[in-house]
Design a protein around this ligand. Sequence first.
Ligand SMILES: [Zn+2]
Length: 336
Amino acid sequence: MDTQTKFIWKVAESYRADWRTTDNNNGLQVGYSFTPNGQYQLYQPFLAAEHAPYELGYVAYSIRHRHLGIQTDKTKKLWNAELANGSSFSISDALSMKNPSTREMLGSSKSIVIDPQNASQKRRRAINDLLIKRISNWVTSYGLLSNKTTIYLDEWTTTSLEFEWIFTYSSLIRNLINTKNFSSETDVLFRPGIEENFPTAMKLGEATKLINDFIASRLNAHTESHYSNFEYTLMPNHLTGAMWMIVANHLKNKIFYMPCINQFTPCLQFLPDSRPGRQGNPACSNACRQRAFYWKQNSDLISIISNCNESAILYNALLEKDARLSDPFGQIKSMK
Ligand SMILES: [Zn+2]
């Protein structure tokens, strides 16, 4: 396809990130965004960023399900929110009450309290910290979503929540195909849209229609059609459009992507699931595979944390269908 080679995107050497304004009256910082720094490198998203939509979706997914990584004395600092006045607090403690909801993620992406005092302000700050860290990683790999001068964190978060929806649907389909339970009449638990937090029971056909309508609206907003040589082609307006074309193509051709097995650090990279019908354990690198084995050996520690997390992942739509995705500890247990 022409579009694949024609469409080129750019990623800068690094990105500076900052809050745009400080609202001293209310003690808030507002409008977080990323600014490119240094020279650009060009790449072809259709060839080099096929996993990018899932990795962006997984930012919201991993925060929603509190995939915080294993916390030891050595890694503790990574899991603290550092405040401007030099003090810090544990992100895991701040989120211990319940899983962050869609609404909380969107709210936390707009502004933060500079000096959080109570539990709800700390919770907001913790969600914001995770959003910034995980989206920054993504930006460093793939660049900005569009050519707009400023893309604020709430737009990043919204886009992440949209691709989270695609990721959960893709995982559902992958699982149904593997269990040979693939009919539009199959009952599924599915989270209908980015506004809702809990899955609803529906027929697979209904879930598929919701996803189809959603992808159609996104393609409408982020691509243009071109006609030449008696042929129509779809051209993305920017990286977001390319990502919607990529997931549309994957769902059509039943191509699936899986998160790296190392959900302990955690590594948030995705790999193609090239082994349908088998319980694959993809690792992005030897380092990640070794880390996963290391934590498997420390299973005492894992079972303690696993028990704590159990209630947190109870409502996950994928829990019954594909435990490995929502439960990194189950994933490790299944390793040979
Ligand atoms: Zn990895």
